[in-house]
Design a binder for this molecule. Structure first.
Ligand SMILES: C[S@@+](CC[C@H](N)C(=O)[O-])C[C@H]1O[C@@H](n2cnc3c(N)ncnc32)[C@H](O)[C@@H]1O
Length: 310
């Protein structure tokens, strides 16, 4: 049960549409970037999040209370991307890229092709604000509603033909899909043979339930209900073409990189495994590989900026 989002008369809703969640995510990257011991630096995040992003973070207090999970996710995904590029990925296809600025802020090979896909309005907004900046690799933005199945298949097929080995990234997207939509997206991504690996974030049913209870009403009001937290965990994707190669909980990462608040430390005593039995809240990042893959999905991760290796 979610409590309805309360809105003072005459005020815009806190979250107007699904793309506002990109402003929200950027806020946390901005906060981390201001720390002297930042795990990553995103010099554009604060500008991109803007006052709207700051308002969302103020009002959706549950999200802000768990800033550690946003930071751990960015940090871990950065590491996974570096590892896959070191292992030979020549293209990154970032589904629902939002206000992610990795092609500007990460140390990437100039020869890398980075593709950002998202809805038109958020990419227009981003492009306008980053107009004076230069990405470190080749960057292309494609405006597409990823729920349009025929159009996305055509786009994936075209990208697949241009890539030798592509890494798919979908950070902060799957939670807005229902089971059928998640399965269909996985199957479409398994179409092009050059789409070799896929990084995504995932929550357990128990964490999904908590998130719905604490923040769901704002997202539902914006037409972006929280939906996906499969009981099977990353194994959900196996019948749809993808098997888990690496799965890490954000809580354990946050503990290791010293971003977990003290009151949450006891939870880090649980094993770093998706809770297939029981009702434990769990959120993590997964590296999936194609079911038929024999490619080593798990090369040693590079030490990060602050020397930690996950
Ligand atoms: C939580 S944000 C994540 C943005 C970014 N990946 C990050 O981690 O900062 C979710 C993003 O999904 C995009 N999105 C949601 N549904 C989409 C759809 N059907 N087609 C394209 N983009 C979509 C939104 O526009 C938004 O940018």
């Amino acid at each position: 049960m979610t409590t309805p989002a309360r809105q003072p008369a005459g005020q815009q809703p806190v979250i107007r549409n699904i793309s506002d969640t990109a402003l929200w995510a950027a806020v946390f990257r901005g906060w981390e970037s201001q720390r002297p011991d930042a795990l990553f630096r995103d010099p554009y995040a604060e500008l991109l999040a803007g006052e709207r992003g700051a308002r969302i973070a103020r009002e959706l207090k549950f999200g802000t209370r768990h800033t550690w999970s946003w930071i751990a996710r960015t940090y871990l995904v950065d590491q996974m991307i570096h590892a896959q590029i070191a292992a030979g990925a020549g293209m990154v296809v970032n589904l629902a890229a939002g206000l992610d600025t990795r092609p500007y802020r990460m140390d990437l090979p100039a020869s890398l092709r980075w593709i950002e896909i998202d809805l038109p309005a958020i990419l227009d907004y981003k492009e306008e604000r980053l107009a004076a900046e230069r990405p470190v690799c080749s960057l292309q933005r494609l405006r597409l509603d990823l729920s349009a199945r025929a159009a996305r298949r055509t786009m994936f097929a075209e990208l697949g033909r241009k890539a030798n080995r592509a890494l798919i990234l979908s950070e902060g997207l799957m939670i807005y899909f229902n089971r059928e939509q998640a399965a269909a997206l996985a199957e479409d991504l398994a179409g092009p043979s050059s789409f070799e690996t896929w990084i995504l974030d995932l929550v357990s049913p128990a964490l999904l339930a908590v998130m719905k209870k604490r923040m769901g009403a704002h997202l539902e009001a914006a037409g972006a209900p929280l939906e996906f937290g499969p009981e099977e965990g990353p194994e959900f994707f196996v019948p749809h073409g993808w098997k888990p190669a690496r799965v890490q909980s954000l809580l354990h990462v946050a503990a290791r990189v010293k971003r977990l608040p003290l009151w949450m430390w006891p939870f880090a005593l649980f094993p770093d495994r998706f809770p297939t039995h029981g009702k434990r809240p769990w959120g993590g990042a997964c590296l999936l590989v194609r079911n038929e893959s024999v490619f080593d999905p798990n090369p040693a991760l590079e030490p990060s900026r602050n020397g930690n290796t996950l």
